[in-house]
Write a protein that binds this ligand. Structure first.
Ligand SMILES: [Zn+2]
Length: 91
């Protein structure tokens, strides 16, 4: 069929979803156009699903504890280096 619509974004050949965009690009441009609205919606969603979100977050943390501790170690080391550098500059 010739009238099979695709996304209007260059190099994106995904199936048309709405307003000349595929689903991904439609959502993207919608979010950009409605920043305040989306922010409010997100806040609302968060308030409504607080406990679930917390549960997921805790589960994620437990699952990736090694990664997270490693990252924190690296971050701490970096902060120490920065602190030392600023101290050296002062004296
Ligand atoms: Zn697209």
């Amino acid at each position: 069929m010739k009238n099979k619509k695709v996304c209007s974004v260059i190099n994106c050949n995904k199936i048309h979803y709405a307003k000349r965009f595929c689903k991904l690009h439609y959502v993207k441009q919608y979010n950009e156009k409605n920043k305040e609205k989306v922010k409010k919606q997100r806040e609302k969603y968060y308030q409504k699903n607080k406990t679930n979100i917390k549960k997921y977050r805790d589960a994620y943390r437990k699952k990736n504890i090694k990664k997270i501790t490693e990252y924190n170690k690296k971050y701490k080391q970096k902060r120490k280096e920065i602190l030392l550098a600023t101290k050296r500059r002062k004296t």
